[in-house]
Structure formats: C-alpha cells, structure tokens
Design a protein around this ligand. Structure first.
Ligand code: ADP
Ligand code: MG
Length: 251
C-alpha cells in the first residue's frame, strides 16, 4: 500500500467583484491506497472546493495535488435522469467517454447483480427509494472503473434511517471493490462509522486542525458502519472529535 493522493500546501482564494475570499489555507494531507479518508468540517469550510481541485474542475491558487489514479465523483444529489432507465442512467458515463464496450457492460452487470439492483435495471428512478437511488448513483460512479472515489456528502439528502443503511451499503461496496475513497461530511458519527482516517477542517479560511486514525479493536465481527456505532470506542472517538470541532464554527 502506498500513497495514492497527495495534497501539499493547497491554498485557494476566490477573487470576486466584492473582493478576495480565502477558502483554503495551506492544506496538507495524503490518502493511502484502499483507505476511506474523510474530510470533516462545518458547512462553508471549503470541502467541496478541495474535491473540485482534486478533479481539476478548479485550479489551486498555491500548492500541488497529485492523484495516483483515475477519479470517480459522486455528488450530494444523485443526479439521476428521470427519463432514462436505471441501466441507461448507469451507462451514461460510459456513453460520454465512448467506453461502452463488452468488458464495461459485464462489469456493470456484475455490480448490479452483486448489490441487489439487477431486477430493477429496466425501472425508472422515480420507482426507487432514496437509498436505492444512492446505490445506483454509486454504481454509475463505479461504471468507468475509477481508482479513487470522491464522495461529496452523498448521504445528506437521505432520512436518518435510510442513511444508516446506505452507509453500510456504500462502505461494503467500496471495500469489496478495493477502491480508495475520500468522503466529505459534516457529520461526526458518519465520519467515524465510515472512515479509516479523518481530517478535521477548521472554519474558513480552513486549515487541517488534526487527523485521527479510526481503529475499532473491540470489533468481534467484521466492521460495518452500523455495528461500530454500538461499541464503547465509538463514543470515545465522538468525544474527541466533538471537542476538536470548534462549535463556534457551527453555531
Ligand atoms: P463546503 O463544501 O465545506 O460547504 P465550499 O467548498 O462549497 O464549502 O465553499 C467554501 C466557501 O467558498 C464558501 O464560503 C463559498 O461561498 C465560497 N465559494 C465557493 N465557490 C466559490 C466561487 N466560485 N466563487 C466565490 N466563492 C466561492
Ligand atoms: Mg460542499
């Protein structure tokens, strides 16, 4: 295992007609291959800006980013197209990239079968629950076989119970498919449940306040986000992160 993402002294300033807004101030982090790494920070701290720089949608003002693999980007809203079937929604990325070959279609068939969506492939998005739609969105992101997944608050539009279930689904898919992921969230519990490591961002102009390795030694069974919420160590991490996040950032 090695570093697959490296971010060095990343600074971003937006220049607007009303003046300069410094959003990111010398951000440093790296991500190891196979890791789920979370950026945890309050709204407006520049989390989406970091992901947009990683995908090269935005230029850094200063600093460098190195991506050691191809990227798949999953947004907050599932962005499924109502008039296309589930299958046609999933293959849209392949169509755009002109990659709709047999190997890709075979990969999609395997993903749909493995993750319980094959029987729904000819349905339309409005016929599916919110949780299933997020699974479809994730499989669409995986359709082009990216090495690194960037997940921008992918659960925030879901109600609480669905969210807990989709946490498990998404965790299982990322780990089974041996992907590396960067998860952006403002939810402390979700970050602990999902991550191997967490970086805490301060409010704007944001810096990395601290990093936390998450390791559940008490886990008897295989780790799932849902199961690890029940064990005492979870609360320990919660207390540490709660103190770490300056609550004046949120209020
Ligand atoms: P987060 O995802 O953590 O909520 P964002 O990265 O979306 O934060 O935004 C961080 C800050 O940068 C916000 O205050 C936002 O208003 C500002 N910002 C984002 N994009 C632009 C832009 N294109 N021009 C000016 N300001 C921007
Ligand atoms: Mg955002």
């Amino acid at each position: 295992m090695g570093k697959i993402v490296e971010v060095n002294d990343l600074t971003k300033t937006f220049y607007t007609k009303d003046g300069e807004i410094r959003v990111l101030d010398h951000i440093n982090f790296h991500v190891e291959e196979g890791e789920i790494f979370s950026l945890l920070g309050p709204s407006g701290s520049g989390k989406s800006t970091i992901l947009n720089i990683l995908t090269k949608l935005l230029e850094p003002t200063e600093g460098t980013v190195t991506m050691g693999g191809t990227i798949g980007y999953m947004f907050q809203r599932d962005n499924l197209l109502d008039w296309r079937t589930i299958m046609d929604n999933i293959t849209i990325g392949l169509e755009i990239l002109k990659m709709k070959d047999k190997a890709s279609l075979d990969r999609i068939e395997r993903l749909l079968k493995t993750y319980g969506l094959w029987d729904f492939r000819n349905m339309y998005p409005k016929e599916l629950s919110g949780g299933m739609r997020q699974r479809v969105a994730l499989i669409r992101t995986l359709s082009v076989n990216p090495d690194i997944l960037l997940l921008d608050e992918p659960f925030s539009a879901l109600d609480y119970q669905t969210r807990l279930m989709v946490n498990d689904d998404v965790y299982k898919i990322i780990k089974n498919e041996n992907k590396t992921a960067i998860l952006v969230t403002h939810d402390i519990s979700e970050a602990i449940a999902m991550s191997d490591r967490i970086a805490v961002l301060s409010k704007r102009p944001s810096t990395i306040k601290s990093e936390h390795k998450i390791n559940f030694e008490d886990m008897e069974v295989e780790k799932t986000p849902f199961e690890c919420r029940k064990i005492p160590e979870f609360q320990k991490y919660f207390d540490i992160l709660w103190k770490e996040i300056d609550n004046n950032d949120i209020r």
